[in-house]
Design a protein around this ligand. Structure first.
Ligand SMILES: *Cc1c(COP(=O)(O)O)cnc(C)c1O
Length: 368
């Protein structure tokens, strides 16, 4: 087996010279956008970042107007799903300063995902120079105020026109950005998976691989037909351990203790998850990181000690769950409203992200 870690170090060792090419959009689409009524992920900013990997090297990185691109129908990404992505956000404070939240984590994670999909790692300098320049060009797209943000989608795909089932030789790394508003999806009821799995031991569950999402759509549709918005994934072997909620990490509160599963090759190491674990500690909330059984929360629900369940991820920060179905029984969570850990922790996170609170762990990263 090829040692990609080694290959990648070689690829990355070429000395970095700043040669980002910028082609500005002739006109901005900003004036046509109604920020009051914006559907998530359908409107994109004026520019995008792109860098190709050819002949064993990353080529000149470029920023250009957001536009369609052409590709051979034989491009490997279409046939074998060699694709990874990230999701991050930029926030603006009332002084117009723009911040990212722990972007280094996203950078490290996309390279971890790439390594698992046998794709070349992307150089750090290219990533941060590209991202910073892109955000400066499109910063008018970021509205200030809690609830507003710019969703940033870095991704990488195999583009060689060759349908041989082997890793590609040409890749494209891109960053596109979409303005986002806080959205209330209404209440979330979840179905605990008893048959389908999101990921398996030795698999790609820990990577943000595009195919992980495609594989979730069908079981999620079935859950929706039964009246549930999301699936809580359990371990593929026994379906007895709780792992993730939809495309988010998941936390349970029993009495006054939070519990979340340890990360593994099946569970994605979320930036929100690890930040919430730290914030819980900062606020003297006990948080246990340990495997958690379905039976444990069923019992806790029956005896009234199960207080909250919530998903954690960049898009919504925290998404409270109002009840779950397991083995044809529906368990409803108590209404604790303003006293919930989920609303308290969410507010703390948003305040740090929007430069409204002290940032003692140095999570904010100002775009200059
Ligand atoms: C992206 C993602 C998360 C959340 O990660 P964040 O870094 O907090 O956004 C959780 N689970 C899965 C499967 C994901 O793809």
């Amino acid at each position: 087996m090829t040692n990609f870690a080694e290959l990648n170090t070689k690829k990355m060792s070429s000395t970095y010279t700043s040669n980002l090419r910028i082609e500005k959009a002739a006109t901005s689409k900003l004036k046509d956008v109604n920020f009051e009524n914006i559907a998530f992920g359908k409107t994109f900013t004026d520019h995008m970042f792109m860098c190709d990997f050819v002949n064993g090297e990353w080529q000149q990185p470029q920023i250009m107007p957001y536009q369609p691109m052409t590709m051979q129908p034989s491009a490997r990404v279409f046939h074998y799903g060699q694709a990874v992505f990230e999701g991050m956000k930029a926030y603006k404070d009332d002084d117009g300063k723009v911040f990212l939240f722990r972007p280094e984590e996203n950078f490290k994670r996309i390279n971890k995902s790439s390594a698992r999909l046998a794709m070349p790692e992307f150089p750090k300098d290219y990533f941060f120079e590209g991202l910073t320049t892109l955000l400066n060009l499109d910063k008018d797209w970021i509205k200030p105020g809690v609830g507003n943000s710019l969703y940033i989608r870095p991704f990488a795909i195999a583009i060689d026109p060759a349908i041989a089932a082997a890793p590609g030789e040409s890749y494209r790394f891109m960053i596109i950005c979409a303005p986002a508003k806080a959205y209330y999806k209404g209440t979330v009821k979840v179905l605990i998976a008893e048959q389908f799995s999101r990921s398996a031991n030795g698999g790609v569950g820990y990577a943000k691989a595009a195919g992980n999402y495609a594989a979730q759509f069908y079981p999620t549709n079935l859950a929706q037909q039964k009246g549930y918005q999301q699936v809580i994934w359990t371990d593929a072997d026994t379906h007895t351990f709780l792992e993730e909620a939809g495309t988010m990490n998941v936390f349970f509160r029993i009495n006054d203790t939070l519990i979340t599963a340890p990360t593994s090759d099946r569970i994605l190491d979320g930036v929100t998850r690890k930040s919430l674990i730290q914030l819980a500690e900062d606020n003297n909330i006990k948080c246990e990181v340990r495997p958690i059984k379905v039976n444990e929360i069923v019992e806790a629900s029956k005896n009234g000690s199960l207080k909250e369940i919530f998903g954690a991820g960049t898009a919504a920060v925290i998404s409270p769950i109002e009840g779950f179905e397991y083995q044809d029984t529906y368990y409803e969570l108590p209404e604790i409203g303003a006293h919930s850990y989920s609303s308290m922790l969410k507010e703390r996170m948003l305040n740090i992200q929007h430069n409204l609170a002290e940032d003692k762990h140095h999570w904010r990263y100002e775009i200059k």
